[in-house]
Write a protein that binds this ligand. Structure first.
Ligand code: DP6
Length: 338
C-alpha cells in the first residue's frame, strides 16, 4: 500500500488577511503578504482505503475526535472528493511539531498539508511535477487549500508569498513574490501565553468589518502593500519593521473596536511590545514585532542580528519560552510503500 506524506510549513503574515468580502467563497477583503516559515511544520499522511465508507482522520497520538478542527478537515476532504469525483475515501493522520497554542498558525500549515497530501494520494502523484501534469499546479493547490483556511494557500509556496484578492472571487491569485534566498529573515516566536486562543480567526474575520476603523484601513492598504513589497525588494529593514508594527497594531485595534469587541493582546503582550521598542531606542537593534490572531509575538530581524536579540531577550525574560524560526521553503511530498 502506498502512503503519501507531506510536510507543510506555517507562515507569518506581514500584510494581514483580516476580514472577508465573501465568506462562502473565501474571498478576502484585502491582499495579503507572508513569510513562509522553516521550522514550524505540519506532518500529514494519507492513503486510499477502498474499504472505508467515510474519511478517517486522526491527530497522531489521539483517538478520532469531533473537535472543530477535525470537523473542518472532514468537510474539506468531502468538498475535494466531490469536486473532482474521486471514488475512494482516505485514511489521514496528522501532527504539528509546534504547540498548537503557540500563536503559530496551525490551520495554515494544517490545510496546506491536508490539501496537498489528499490530492497526491487520490491522483497517485509522488512529486509536484506529476501533480502539475495531472492538472494540479502549485497555484491550483493553493487555491484549494485556501478554501479550507485562507492563510493555508500561502503555505503552498516558500519564501515571501502574496495572495491577491483580484476583482472577483474567481480572480484570486496566490504566488511567490520573492524566494527564500532573497533575504535571510529570522522569526523568534515569543510564547507569552500557552492558553488556546479564545476567539477563532474565522470568528474574528466576521467581527472586524463592524469596526469604524475597518474602512479606513482598507482605503490605505493599496499604498501600504506597495511599500511592503518595496521594503522587501530593497531589503530595507527599517521600513519593513515600521510597516510590520503598524499593520499588527492596526488589525488588533480594529478587533478591539468591533461591535462585539475582543482583544488577543494580553497585559504581558503589551509589556513585551514596549520592551522591544525601548530596546530598539537604546541599542538601535533592528528587531520588530508582528502578531497574528493570538497573544504571542513574532520578532522579525535579519538572521545576522538574532543572537544579539536573544542576548537581551534572555537577559530580561529568562523564564519566557520561545521558538526559533526563519524564512523557509514550501511543502515537501514523499511516498513510501508499506
Ligand atoms: C491574523 O486563515 O486562520 O493570521 O480563512 O477563516 O481559516 P480562515 O482564517 P485564517 O486567518 C488568518 C488571520 C491572520 C492573518 C493572516 O494570516 O494573514
Amino acid at each position: 500500500m502506498k502512503i503519501y506524506k507531506v510536510t507543510a510549513p506555517s507562515n507569518i503574515a506581514f500584510l494581514k488577511y483580516w476580514g472577508k468580502q465573501d465568506e462562502k467563497l473565501q474571498w478576502p477583503s484585502n491582499n495579503s503578504l507572508s513569510m513562509t516559515l522553516n521550522e514550524c511544520q505540519t506532518f500529514t499522511t494519507a492513503c486510499v482505503q477502498n474499504s472505508l465508507k467515510n474519511f478517517s482522520f486522526k491527530k497522531e497520538g489521539e483517538n478520532e475526535q469531533e473537535d472543530s478542527f477535525s470537523l473542518k478537515v472532514i468537510k474539506h476532504l468531502e468538498f475535494l472528493k466531490k469536486k473532482y469525483q474521486f471514488p475512494s475515501f482516505l485514511e489521514v493522520s496528522t501532527h504539528n511539531n509546534f504547540p498548537t497554542a503557540s500563536g503559530v498558525a496551525s490551520s495554515a500549515s494544517g490545510f496546506a498539508a491536508l490539501t496537498l497530501v489528499a490530492i497526491a494520494a487520490w491522483t497517485e502523484s509522488s512529486s509536484f511535477h506529476e501533480l502539475e501534469e495531472k492538472g494540479f499546479s502549485r497555484e491550483t493547490l493553493a487555491q484549494l487549500a485556501r478554501l479550507g483556511s485562507g492563510s493555508a494557500g500561502r503555505s503552498l509556496f516558500g519564501g515571501y508569498v502574496v495572495w491577491k484578492k483580484g476583482s472577483s472571487p474567481e480572480g484570486q491569485r496566490v504566488a511567490c513574490f520573492l524566494p527564500k534566498s532573497h533575504w535571510d529573515l529570522a522569526d523568534t516566536i515569543v510564547i507569552l501565553s500557552k492558553e488556546e486562543k479564545d476567539l477563532s480567526s474565522r470568528e474574528a474575520h466576521k467581527r472586524v468589518p463592524t469596526s469604524p476603523l475597518f474602512s479606513v484601513r482598507l482605503s490605505g492598504l493599496c499604498e501600504r502593500e506597495k511599500l511592503f513589497l518595496q521594503a522587501l525588494e530593497k531589503k530595507d529593514m527599517k521600513s519593513l519593521g515600521a510597516l510590520l508594527e503598524l499593520e499588527a497594531l492596526e488589525i488588533h485595534f480594529i478587533l478591539m473596536t468591533a461591535a462585539e469587541p475582543f482583544s488577543y493582546l494580553k497585559e504581558n503582550t503589551l509589556e513585551f511590545l514596549s520592551w522591544l521598542r525601548n530596546l530598539r531606542q537604546e541599542t538601535h537593534l533592528e528587531a520588530y514585532f508582528t502578531i497574528d490572531a493570538g497573544a504571542n509575538v513574532h520578532v522579525i530581524c535579519e538572521f545576522s542580528k538574532r543572537e544579539e536579540f536573544l542576548f537581551y531577550f534572555r537577559r530580561d525574560f529568562p523564564k519566557t519560552h520561545f521558538l526559533l524560526d526563519a524564512v523557509g521553503d514550501g511543502p515537501k511530498l514523499f511516498v513510501t510503500e508499506e
